[in-house]
Design a binder for this molecule. Structure first.
Ligand SMILES: *[C@@H]1O[C@H](CO)[C@@H](O)[C@H](O)[C@H]1NC(C)=O
Ligand SMILES: *[C@@H]1O[C@H](CO)[C@@H](O)[C@H](O)[C@H]1NC(C)=O
Ligand SMILES: *[C@@H]1O[C@H](CO)[C@@H](O)[C@H](O)[C@H]1NC(C)=O
Ligand SMILES: *[C@@H]1O[C@H](CO)[C@@H](O)[C@H](O)[C@H]1NC(C)=O
Ligand SMILES: *[C@@H]1O[C@H](CO)[C@@H](O)[C@H](O)[C@H]1NC(C)=O
Ligand SMILES: *[C@@H]1O[C@H](CO)[C@@H](O)[C@H](O)[C@H]1NC(C)=O
Ligand SMILES: *[C@@H]1O[C@H](CO)[C@@H](O)[C@H](O)[C@H]1NC(C)=O
Ligand SMILES: *[C@@H]1O[C@H](CO)[C@@H](O)[C@H](O)[C@H]1NC(C)=O
Ligand SMILES: *[C@@H]1O[C@H](CO)[C@@H](O)[C@H](O)[C@H]1NC(C)=O
Ligand SMILES: *[C@@H]1O[C@H](CO)[C@@H](O)[C@H](O)[C@H]1NC(C)=O
Length: 397
């Protein structure tokens, strides 16, 4: 009797010992997956073969010290691992055209998540939720939620081209390298309630953005072609690189009440509905260029004391009072140290370098004394070209 029990026990032990370690173990079917169930730790990587037709359940394995890879397994519909808590290297899923179920209820730590081209995957069954990952890239999936990935910190995260994803909400406290969100659902909200700092952030095509705790950006932050009407960074004080707002066509309000320093450039361009730029009430320093173009009627920077690069403000509307305010601040020993240009009534308001240095025609570039009915009398009304030349001389001196 004893022998009967002993034989299979030995067989399992022997098999487990032989198979719990491999540079890469390739799984062709569920039988291969079951064969490593006794490995609480699998030392090495596990790959699902491209021709696999079975759904794969990697039950029993708690840790994979290498990667878990399923690339181009176009017949597999389900992948699960009921005990798996940790994948040290990469969890790579690419081109799994019919994968609908991803069930990893205990997974919490992953080196890198790299998921691409998962056109049938709509949700995750990650009950505990991944809390730690170095890098996350989720692109071209049908995921409509990222529930199951709730990171506390991450180095790089790219969430792009997931057209059904309308909800990105993470507890992240910091992003040590970069965050890129782009081309997800048309109504996607990106909510980061606890994010205090990020190295770099790029947001495109987002409908709602919430960064209430964000205090600093080491590198740059840019908002491009978003759908929101309003963006605010109530706690942001410092941007180490550049801060850009470009082509956010519904945006009527930007609000960064605590922002004092942008060490690179500050760009506000082609936000067609933005008329008043009064969202930088505390801004003192711009280390690079200040480059604003759009339909502004007024731009206010009440605390500005140092713009080291160029200053370019161009509007389709009359912006005389703002030009009148800023022009006297230009000059190499003054607030605006780089090339100064300011112009209203522009048919096509452009970026830095599109007007002659010194231009200061707040009202209409093509005419009239109204532009320079200025109280300070620093410059003289006249033809654009002449004004440009005079202003350029003042600018240079
Ligand atoms: C996927 O498999 C197809 C055919 O088997 C092959 O042509 C293609 O190159 C593979 N793609 C990747 C990314 O491995
Ligand atoms: C990063 O965020 C995590 C989670 O909020 C926090 O525990 C950690 O202290 C933060 N690290 C730094 C350097 O801010
Ligand atoms: C867009 O998402 C917001 C929540 O973020 C929701 O209140 C609103 O109804 C959604 N709009 C559409 C058109 O789905
Ligand atoms: C998304 O953003 C990109 C880059 O800013 C832009 O070219 C594209 O038109 C936007 N897509 C939509 C649907 O707005
Ligand atoms: C904003 O920053 C202050 C300190 O700089 C901090 O006390 C406060 O909790 C922050 N607010 C949020 C919403 O994180
Ligand atoms: C980025 O800024 C945060 C918060 O100020 C800081 O803790 C972190 O060390 C900085 N990272 C780098 C690489 O400078
Ligand atoms: C950093 O952010 C800026 C502004 O969004 C972007 O232009 C740049 O490509 C980003 N760099 C990285 C490495 O993500
Ligand atoms: C702009 O947004 C800020 C912050 O959300 C808000 O306090 C302010 O009232 C808004 N201004 C307008 C004109 O809507
Ligand atoms: C603003 O729009 C104009 C006209 O479409 C374009 O030439 C220019 O490159 C845009 N500026 C930026 C910063 O995208
Ligand atoms: C000004 O507003 C009009 C009408 O909304 C828009 O067509 C045009 O592109 C805007 N111009 C700029 C420079 O934002």
């Amino acid at each position: 009797m004893a022998a009967r029990y002993l034989v299979p026990a030995l067989a399992i032990a022997g098999r487990a010992a032989a198979q719990c370690s491999a540079a890469t173990s390739t799984i062709q079917n569920q039988g291969d997956a079951s064969a490593i169930a006794a490995c609480s730790t699998f030392s090495g990587s596990i790959a699902i073969a491209t021709g696999t037709t079975d759904n794969i359940a990697l039950d029993g394995v708690q840790r994979i010290t290498g990667s878990l890879i399923a690339n181009n397994a176009t017949s597999i519909t389900g992948l699960s691992a009921s005990s798996l808590e940790r994948i040290d290297d990469t969890f790579s899923l690419t081109q799994l055209t019919v994968l609908t179920t991803l069930n990893f209820p205990r997974l919490t730590i992953v080196g890198t998540i790299d998921w691409q081209a998962l056109p049938a995957l709509q949700g995750l069954s990650f009950t505990t939720g991944v809390q730690q990952a170095g890098s996350v890239s989720i692109q071209n999936t049908q995921l409509n939620t990222l529930d199951g990935i709730n990171l506390e910190m991450v180095d790089t995260m790219t969430i792009a081209n997931n057209p059904y994803l309308n909800d990105i909400n993470m507890q992240l406290g910091n992003i040590t390298q970069s965050l890129i969100i782009e081309a997800n659902g048309r109504n996607v909200s990106a909510i980061f309630p606890n994010l205090e700092w990020a190295y770099n952030m790029t947001l495109r095509n987002v409908s709602t953005m919430s960064i209430p705790s964000l205090a600093s950006i080491n590198g740059s932050m840019g908002f491009y072609a978003n759908f929101f009407e309003s963006i605010s960074g109530p706690n942001l004080t410092t941007v180490g690189g550049s801060l850009s707002f470009v082509s956010n066509e519904a945006m009527t309000n930007l609000s960064f009440p605590e922002l004092t320093t942008v060490n690179g450039g500050l760009q506000v361009a082609n936000n067609t509905a933005l008329e008043e730029v009064n969202g930088f009430p505390a801004l003192k320093t711009v280390g690079g260029a200040l480059d604003f173009n759009g339909n502004f009627t007024s731009v206010e920077l009440p605390e500005i004391s140092d713009i080291r690069g160029a200053f370019n403000l161009q509007s389709a509307a009359d912006i005389s009072s703002s030009c009148d305010h800023f022009q006297p601040l230009s000059g190499s020993n003054n607030v605006i140290k780089g090339t100064y240009t300011c112009s209203g009534g522009e048919a096509a308001p452009g970026g830095t370098g599109t007007l002659s240095p010194g231009t200061n025609t707040g009202g209409s570039s093509s005419s009239s004394a109204s532009a320079s009915s200025s109280a300070n009398g620093v410059y003289i009304s006249g033809v654009t070209g002449v004004m440009g030349v005079i202003a350029a001389i003042f600018g240079v001196l």
